[in-house]
Design a protein around this ligand. Structure first.
Ligand code: GAR
Length: 209
């Protein structure tokens, strides 16, 4: 059995996609969903699926290290094989990232290494890009800078705005994130020397293609 802990801050639609495809299938189980905000809708999704929903509130804690060590202690109670960041909107300390080295995934709404950080859809539109996308990657100490495992591209049309692009990107996210979680749990995927390795092959900058 591979045990997952999923971290969310908001809606949790990616969490839902992972619940629907992975939870209780092929020896994968989500042991807990942890949010830093008590009103994160992802907590409701977890409870509806019979998964433990836990809040480690970040409000009022300005010291990142203090928060991250509380979060780490909570996560470690479940001894997970994999930590899945699914719209967890906090910058993590190097200590936290090192603790889960090679076993923490994130999804970021851009074709990394383009547009790390926030407002990626608007930034792609403002730059006049005709395509955008999303990337699943291993988490390293560099913000949104870990090795990419899988990316998908979507077009940007002339009449698009950030909302329409967001919708198109999310559709793809819901397809690829559960797939990568499965790959990891099947033992097909690992991180070595800061590179993503799939079926023994080192992946390039755009991940599995
Ligand atoms: C997703 O689109 C994800 O790519 C993004 O937040 C959204 C969460 O949606 N993550 C980041 O921007 C991380 N830097 P969800 O809560 O519906 O899954």
């Amino acid at each position: 059995m591979k045990k997952l802990v999923v971290l969310v801050s908001g809606n949790g639609s990616n969490l839902q996609a992972i619940i629907d495809r992975c939870h209780g299938n092929n020896g994968i189980e989500i042991s807990a969903v942890i949010a830093n905000k008590e009103d994160a809708y992802g907590l409701t999704r977890a409870k509806d699926a019979g998964i433990e929903a836990v809040v480690v509130p970040s409000k009022g804690i300005s010291d990142r290290s203090q928060y991250d060590s509380q979060l780490m202690a909570t996560i470690d109670e479940y001894s997970p094989d994999l930590i899945v960041l699914a719209g967890f909107m906090r910058i993590l300390t190097p200590e936290f990232v090192r603790h889960y080295q090679g076993k923490m995934l994130n999804i970021h709404p851009s074709l990394l290494p383009k547009y790390t950080g926030l407002n990626t859809h608007q930034r792609a539109i403002d730059a006049g890009d005709d395509e955008h996308g999303t990337s699943v990657h291993f988490v390293t100490e560099e913000l949104d800078g870990g090795p990419v495992i899988l990316q998908t591209r979507v077009p940007i049309f002339e009449d698009d705005d950030a909302d329409s692009v967001f919708g198109r990107v999310q559709e793809q996210e819901h397809r690829i994130y559960p797939l990568v979680v499965e790959w990891f749990c099947q033992g097909r995927l690992n991180m070595a020397n800061d590179k993503a390795v799939m079926d023994g092959e080192v992946l390039g900058q755009s991940g599995y293609a």
